[in-house]
Ligand binder design. Structure first.
Ligand code: SF4
Ligand code: SF4
Ligand code: SF4
Length: 323
């Protein structure tokens, strides 16, 4: 094993991830202060309602673009929609769902809430298999709202109050601007029954975000339509989470560390591509696996981070040192 490869396979992933998340958090929340602007096609919840962000969530612009009258949407205006979509796709294809595990401010915030819960020694909750199966479908309902509602508006079947309906309901709109001391999104709009419903939903969902994240790891990510959107295109991504079933002993260590309760990561010994729709590509499963090459992260079929017996033992020592 080359020295670089060994250093990567033996790294303390928790520390690396902690610092990468901080870096991205600062970049996406405060990037605007440094005149950084990666555009509004980010495959994460870096909310565009935060005016200082270094790059905004794709869904804000997408909903407004899709709400155009159909004669314009399928005419010249369609070029803008297509360009926005291709930009989103390029970002996503490079990093796959690692955007969730390492870059999304709303994902990072949930991890910090989990750390606080651990410090307070409060036990966490898990879903039963039935709850899990039901809850994971909700993100597809939200994705439907993101894409189909604006299209219905463009057809004249919904009124303009439904433009950006998901953003009105999204906790990101209320939470992300808070980090730049912007409370302007904290309101309930009483101007009509629709706006009242959508903004009251947003407030309630935000309260649920904080309470839920405190007892369930990555509580909101189970419902996130961006995660559903990612999954549709994840086969095209360059970065892949792979499994070699022949090397797996089904010990379950990977499942035990998985914040998203993905059972297939331990049980499925047939699939090579083991990324599932709820995966946040945190790579904790790879770090926790004690078998050489049973799990690995590939870039264009080249292994860049693999499970190894040595790496597993080293990481056990790191966690003992911290106790
Ligand atoms: S699934 Fe979680 S981490 Fe990924 S975009 Fe949604 S909120 Fe962010
Ligand atoms: S930790 Fe490794 S060996 Fe154990 S179930 Fe997961 S993939 Fe298989
Ligand atoms: S399957 Fe692995 S990479 Fe995906 S969320 Fe679970 S631990 Fe993280």
């Amino acid at each position: 094993m080359s020295k670089i490869k060994k250093a990567i396979n033996y790294m303390d992933l928790r520390k690396v991830r902690f610092w990468v998340q901080i870096l991205f958090f600062v970049f996406f929340i405060y990037g605007g202060y440094l005149a950084i602007d990666l555009g509004n096609e980010m495959p994460i919840f870096s909310c565009g309602y935060n005016r200082e962000n270094g790059g905004g969530c794709y869904f804000l612009g997408l909903q407004h673009q899709l709400a155009r009258p159909w004669d314009r949407l399928f005419g010249m205006a369609g070029i803008g929609v297509l360009t926005g979509f291709l930009t989103f796709l390029v970002w996503f294809i490079v990093f796959n769902k690692a955007w969730c595990g390492y870059a999304c401010p709303l994902g990072t915030l949930q991890d910090w809430i989990t750390s606080l819960r651990k410090m307070l020694k409060i036990p966490y909750s898990s879903y039963t298999l039935e709850q899990y199966k039901f809850l994971k479908t909700i993100k597809y309902v939200f994705l439907f709202i993101v894409i189909v509602f604006p299209l219905l508006l463009g057809l004249g079947l919904l009124n303009s109050e439904w433009r950006g309906a998901f953003c009105d309901m999204c906790p990101g709109r209320l939470i992300v601007p808070l980090f730049t001391l912007d409370f302007s999104q904290w309101y309930i709009d009483f101007s009509s029954k629709t706006t009242l419903f959508l903004t009251a939903f947003g407030m309630s969902f935000t309260a649920l975000f904080f309470v839920g994240s405190f007892i369930k790891k990555r509580f909101f990510c189970f419902f996130c339509p961006m995660s559903a959107m990612h999954y549709i295109f994840s086969d095209w991504a360059v970065l892949k989470l792979k499994k070699d079933g022949d090397k797996c002993t089904k010990c379950g260590d990977c499942y035990n560390v998985c914040d998203m309760q993905i059972k297939d990561i331990a049980d499925d010994v047939k699939s090579k591509n083991i990324l599932r729709d709820d995966c946040i590509f945190c790579m904790k499963c790879v770090a926790a696996c004690p078998e050489d090459d049973a799990l690995h992260v590939d870039i264009l079929s080249m292994k860049v981070f693999s499970s190894t017996k040595g790496g597993f033992t080293k990481r056990m020592e790191f966690s003992k040192d911290e106790k």
